[in-house]
Design a protein around this ligand. Structure first.
Ligand code: TRP
Length: 533
């Protein structure tokens, strides 16, 4: 077979899997994946927790040292192999690669479960803007908050909400929306992101204008941008910045590899990676400006959990607006829902696409396989039973489960999977092989420093952060969350990480062992010429 017929063949096979109709479609989808709750909810609370200006030095180092190189790698891997993560890794590294890929997909499913649960709460709050969210004097079912408040309290509303069954319904609605958007693969994804992604930017810009036109709004921006070198000595700040960067750019779990597998091979991946990374981090800082402006104008104190800032402090600020309270409140939660949806679809799609590639099954079947455990998991994270009435912890069963899951899956799975992916690409395939393949279609030429990053620097940085963090955890004497009085639910901090590890490892083991006709790529200077499809 000549080279050109081989290419023609693989082109038609690619079309069968699904392709983006244009580069714009891909950029919208990939930036929609990157921009999500991570940029609005987690970024601002991390930046606040780590002292605003102390955060951005580690943040920018994380962007250039880890974020952009790993995004180039993930895009390159997807476009060159034309496969979702596990099969793509199989092609470059055989079964051990595939095992890493499936473990990452299993973790992606866990992250999807709680991501969708948070989106469900955001939807509940959004609906609440038409109801009593901004009305004073409601009482909460928890002891510290059960006194009637004088003004509206978003926190009280939130705790009322999560102790009812409404979030269960909201979670089902969010899952249904995800499944509709994913029903036709990249074609239907593209249709959704063409509307949602521009809308998301528009809403965010509206919120910044509102924030900055209040007296004092600029102080918040200064807090975010005034450098603070003291915090830089804290190892926690670095781990926070690295985990945040991976999560924010949707890296580590193969979502970007899957999206890039729907691209033609000859796309410029360096350009794509730079564009998506800058769009994402631009949005993140823009969101930070809007949020910190509001915090300072209304002297809000967002101390507490990750969710505190977006679910209590911001709505509290909006409640104090001179006009347009319901309008801006709705806008804010609608923004969360839209930004979150364009991200959750990428998490689900990467698992769905991986199953289709491996098992050769219909999309509807793969969607069912992922949706059933996914919906059950999300419902667990939305369980309204009160287990911690003093609110020393998180209050409800669902929120407590979510907090512990978030600690392990968010803190460890992305960086661990990213670490192994760099080892597989850097050492088994050879970073140079991937670099030359990417360079064949890229205007900006990647130099050998790319190999050095992928082979040594990124794995060394990720590896040491992970080892240090685990060591810190294990020597602290208590498991994360086990110091909280969880009446009768003291098993949670121990069993959640166990469930996550055992189930992801056994799913990975089972799926990797299942025989299909995967072909391992041989090492050559050019993956592009080696497509054995
Ligand atoms: N990047 C998204 C956010 O910031 C979350 C996300 C979507 C994600 N897809 C992912 C995180 C894949 C890790 C892996 O909210």
């Amino acid at each position: 077979m000549t080279h050109s017929t081989k290419n023609a063949l693989s082109t038609s096979q690619r079309e069968k899997r699904g392709v983006w109709s244009s580069k714009l479609g891909f950029i919208l989808a990939a930036s929609g994946s990157a921009i999500g709750l991570g940029n609005i909810v987690f970024f601002s609370s991390n930046a606040y927790q780590f002292g605003g200006g102390a955060f951005y030095l580690p943040y920018f180092i994380a962007l250039f040292l880890l974020g952009i190189p790993v995004m180039i790698l993930e895009f390159g891997l997807g476009a060159a192999t034309g496969k979702a993560f596990p099969s793509a890794l199989h092609r470059i590294a055989g079964k051990k690669g595939e095992f890493v890929g499936w473990w990452a997909q299993g973790s992606a499913l866990f992250i999807t479960m709680f991501y969708v649960a948070i989106l469900g709460w955001a939807l509940g709050m959004m609906i609440g803007t038409f109801g009593s969210l901004f009305e004073p004097g409601i009482t909460a079912p928890f002891s510290p908050f059960s006194e009637p408040t004088t003004g509206p309290s978003a926190m009280v509303f939130f705790f009322n909400l999560i102790t009812t069954a409404w979030p269960l319904l909201c979670v089902i609605i969010i899952w249904a929306l995800n499944l509709i958007i994913l029903s036709k693969g990249p074609k239907s994804i593209e249709r959704a992101v063409r509307v949602f992604v521009p809308l998301m930017w528009l809403f965010m810009i509206g919120l910044i204008f509102r924030g900055l036109t209040f007296d004092g709004g600029v102080d918040g921006v200064l807090y975010l941008f005034t450098p603070n070198v003291e915090g830089v000595a804290e190892p926690q700040v670095w781990k926070g910045a690295f985990a945040q960067m991976f999560f924010s750019l949707s890296l580590g779990l193969g979502a970007m590899t899957t999206y890039a597998s729907y691209l033609p091979k000859d796309t410029d991946q360096v350009n794509n990676a730079l564009l998506v990374s800058f769009l994402n981090c631009g949005f993140e800082y823009v969101a930070g400006i809007a949020i910190f402006a509001l915090l300072f104008v209304f002297a809000l104190n967002p101390a507490g959990s990750t969710l505190t800032l977006s679910f209590f402090a911001i709505p509290q600020g909006i409640a104090a607006f001179p006009w347009g309270v319901r309008f801006f409140g709705f806008l804010f939660f609608f923004l969360l829902v839209v930004a979150g949806l364009t991200s959750s679809i990428s998490l689900i799609e990467s698992t769905v696409s991986s199953l289709i590639d491996k098992l050769n099954i219909a999309r509807s079947r793969a969607l069912t396989y992922v949706a059933i455990p996914g919906i059950i998991g999300s419902l667990c994270f939305a369980l309204p039973q009160i287990i911690d009435p003093d609110l020393a912890g998180n209050g409800t069963l669902g929120l407590t489960l979510l907090d512990v899951m978030d600690h392990w899956a968010f803190g460890y799975s992305l960086l661990t999977a990213g670490f192994f992916t760099c080892i597989l690409v850097g050492w088994v395939l050879g970073a140079k092989t991937l670099r030359l393949t990417i360079n064949a279609h890229s205007k900006l030429t990647l130099r050998p420093w790319f190999d050095v990053l992928i082979k040594y620097i990124v794995p060394a940085v990720l590896g040491s952060v992970l080892v240090w963090s685990l060591y810190d955890e294990l020597t602290s004497g208590t498991m994360y969350g086990s110091d909280i009085e969880l009446q009768g639910f003291g098993w949670i901090p121990y069993s959640i990480p166990a469930i996550w590890l055992i189930s992801t490892l056994s799913v990975a083991f089972f799926l990797t062992r299942k025989e299909t006709h995967q072909i391992k790529l041989k090492r050559t200077a050019d993956l592009y010429l080696m497509d054995p499809e």
